[in-house]
Design a protein around this ligand. Structure first.
Ligand code: THU
Length: 129
């Protein structure tokens, strides 16, 4: 299992890659599979603001692109004082692959940590059944 120290080092390395010239709110997310593989993502903004994509969705799509749908945890890193929770759209996207996922969010600046079950953040996610 990856240590918190390794996660922080990975997130610190990736944070400059977040492309957030409009909001200046940089986010790194890392999807961890059940077998412990890590797939990162950063937020990528666009001058047509609505085209922006959150770091969490980039991380999930990175895992799926690499053949891994068994997402177990999503780590989130921001530079805010308090850890942030994922937006509603990202909650639904994570639930597509694992409604039982765990979300772990850290502040890179204060080291504070919060953890939720995805089910707490998005009870009754949409599905077609
Ligand atoms: N953002 C994320 O990457 N993840 C979230 O959970 C919430 C928001 C991004 C989108 C946008 O680039 C910036 O943060 C401000 O909303």
């Amino acid at each position: 299992m990856v240590s918190e120290k390794e996660l922080f080092e990975f997130a610190e390395k990736l944070m400059p890659n977040a492309y957030a010239p409009y909001s200046n709110f940089k986010v790194v997310a890392i999807a961890e599979t059940r077998s412990g593989e890590l797939f990162p993502g950063v937020n990528v903004e666009n001058s047509s603001y609505g085209l922006t994509i959150c770091a969490e969705r980039v991380a999930v799509f990175n895992a799926v692109t690499n053949g891994h749908r068994d997402i177990d945890k999503i780590y989130i890193f921001t530079e805010t004082k308090e850890p942030t929770s994922p937006c509603g759209a990202c909650r639904q996207v994570i639930a597509e692959f694992n409604p039982e996922a765990t979300i772990i969010s850290y502040s890179l600046s204060t080291g504070k940590k919060r953890q939720w079950a995805l089910k707490e953040l998005l009870p009754y996610h949409f599905n077609l059944s």
